[in-house]
Ligand binder design. Structure first.
Ligand code: ADP
Length: 289
């Protein structure tokens, strides 16, 4: 099974005639609410890829909608705690041309309690996969426990923060990042990805595919992207990551898992939206790209 210490956000999208100026009050013409957060997206992707997924996270007193939404994707929410802190949310203002401005408030995602994390991971063990991203607190504690438990320990270095990666690096089996994050990592550590002491590193390269680097040997394997017409690339990376983890969790080789993830990523960029439209394994298997 997959254990994901991850963010749960409310993405609140407001359509505006134009961006408000300083001091201006502006009525939105339309409002919609979606489940978001890299953590929640990865949980949904791994579940749709056929794995059992336990989400470890938190929502606030206003968190019923997000909690129920995550549970509706058949992700296990037994370890999603309730805190006094407001649910993490993004206020997304969109102009007619599609340009946006985003206010992000981490809220409950950064107020997780160590006792809850320990309790959750006490149920996990060897053969299980652990993943976290950089949108919660307790990342370094979590990778430490996960390693003690003998889990496969994975980290998605997003959003990139040099100190956050440095705090988990020695306990990782698997690191996944996009091209920009990989450049930031190389700049902050002064080391190439294969010299970090991590067994498996994947760098996703958008429409150029993805690269797997074997840590010990430096062996590089490139997995091509599928040529598709992208309409919305939001969530492509989270979908790819969820699919790779699920593939490995279900016993696929890295090459097979990445090939499946590449199809899932391609289908994802052809669709508008995030968690709601992450492709299922059935769609991935039937896709003709
Ligand atoms: P992120 O969203 O984290 O920046 P990427 O943009 O690298 O991640 O995308 C993750 C994966 O999704 C890529 O490795 C690729 O397999 C797939 N993907 C992303 N963009 C495209 C695209 N335009 N066409 C086909 N596949 C894509």
């Amino acid at each position: 099974a997959i254990w994901n210490l991850g963010s749960i956000n409310l993405d609140m999208i407001y359509s505006l005639p134009h961006m408000p100026a300083a001091g201006e009050t502006l009525a939105a013409q339309n409002f919609s609410r979606f489940l978001g957060g890299k953590g929640a997206n990865m949980s949904v992707a791994a579940q749709r890829a056929g794995s059992v997924v336990h989400h470890i996270g938190g929502v606030g007193p206003d968190g019923d909608w997000a909690y129920d939404r995550l549970a509706s994707f058949d992700v296990d929410t037994a370890h999603v705690a309730r805190s006094e802190t407001v649910t993490g949310h993004a206020i997304i203002a969109v102009e007619p041309g599609g340009e946006n401005q985003i206010i992000l408030y981490p809220g409950a995602n950064r107020a997780l309690q160590e006792v809850d994390l320990k309790q959750a991971l006490s149920m996990a063990g060897p053969g299980d996969t652990f993943i976290c991203q950089n949108e919660t607190n307790l990342q370094s504690e979590a990778v430490g426990y996960a390693r003690e438990k003998g889990m496969r320990v994975c980290y998605a270095a997003a959003p990139f923060e040099a100190e956050a990666v440095a705090a988990v690096l020695t306990n990782l089996d698997f690191l996944i990042l996009n091209e920009i994050e990989a450049q930031q990592l190389e700049a902050s550590t002064g080391k190439a990805p294969d010299a970090l002491g991590v067994d498996d590193v994947i760098i996703t390269l958008g429409s150029k595919g993805a690269r797997h680097i074997k840590g010990a040997s430096g062996t590089v394997r490139d997995v091509p992207a599928h040529a598709v017409t992208a309409v919305d690339t939001t969530g492509a990376g989270d979908t790819f990551t969820g699919y790779v983890l699920a593939g490995l969790d279900q016993g696929l080789s890295m090459e097979e898992a990445m090939a499946q993830a590449s199809v899932a990523g391609a289908l994802m960029v052809m669709r508008h939206g995030t968690a709601d439209v992450i492709p299922t394994l059935d769609e991935v298997n039937k896709a003709k790209l």
